[in-house]
Design a protein around this ligand. Structure first.
Ligand code: AMP
Length: 235
């Protein structure tokens, strides 16, 4: 059975970093709608270029465009054992569309992780965040160049001053209701994203395994010989 994960959280919460790591460790594809749009812009894809205007202002791209991109991506064979979604769904409409897709797929549970960080800390983090100008990977703290391709680090266009505040506002308005949409499910978990990175990682792993196990799924995402962790501290 597959292990399907949604990594939720406001901009700057570290959900991309956790999604990257978890996906790599479990051998699952990480699907980031933001990365796909940025790749599309680089390739001069007309849909992505149209979306760029909204992205540069920190606004959301319309549901139908984003849902079509995700439907297409989830149709690829590498998602059969599961996937880690980063940056999707960002609206209740997208969450409803994803539920329909999941019904069609009938491949394992959908685990929802909310990486929660206080707003003050988010603004501080976003003010100093850099990405690689060549491949778009998030820069690691203290590194002078991209750890993946050696490219020069740049500030993301939508991490600048006013745009950051706009993105946080839009998160509150459009995306926080998505958490309420998922909150009552047995596979919904909240992780304290203000902790040290390693602790966030441990909590994310434990909560995903626990949530998947609670509905009898998730084994396909675990490496052979790996121990199933028991449910631990309160969330
Ligand atoms: P991200 O890298 O996830 O922060 O996404 C960067 C930008 O891409 C966002 O600020 C939006 O403009 C756009 N975007 C990415 N994912 C979505 C989505 N699920 N719904 C709407 N817009 C999105």
């Amino acid at each position: 059975m597959g292990l399907n994960v949604i990594m939720m959280g406001p901009p700057g919460a570290g959900k991309g970093t956790q999604a990257d790591r978890f996906a790599r460790e479990r051998g699952l594809p990480k699907i980031s709608t933001g990365d796909m749009l940025r790749e599309g812009i680089k390739d001069q894809n007309p849909v992505a270029l149209e979306a760029q205007k909204l992205m540069d202002r920190g606004e959301l791209v319309d549901d139908s465009t984003i849902i079509a991109i995700v439907r297409d991506r989830l149709g690829r064979a590498d998602t059969r054992r599961g996937f880690v979604l980063d940056g999707f769904p960002r609206t209740v409409g997208q969450a409803v569309a994803l539920d329909r897709l999941m019904e069609e797929r009938a491949e394992g549970p959908l685990v929802v992780i909310d990486v929660s960080v206080p707003e003050q800390e988010l603004v501080r983090r976003l003010g100093s965040r850099k990405i690689c100008g060549s491949c778009g990977t998030n820069a690691e703290a203290g590194k002078p160049a991209c750890g993946k391709c050696g490219g020069a680090l740049v500030v993301r266009a939508d991490d600048d001053g006013q745009v950051v505040l706009e993105r946080l506002k839009i998160y509150e308005r459009a995306t926080r209701p998505v958490l309420d949409y998922y909150r009552t499910r047995t596979t919904f978990r909240v992780v304290n994203g203000a902790q040290a990175l390693e602790q966030v990682a441990r909590d994310v792993d434990r909560m995903i395994d626990d949530a998947a196990a609670s509905v009898g799924g998730g084994a396909a995402g675990r490496r052979p010989g790996e121990r199933r962790m028991s449910a631990g501290a309160a969330e």
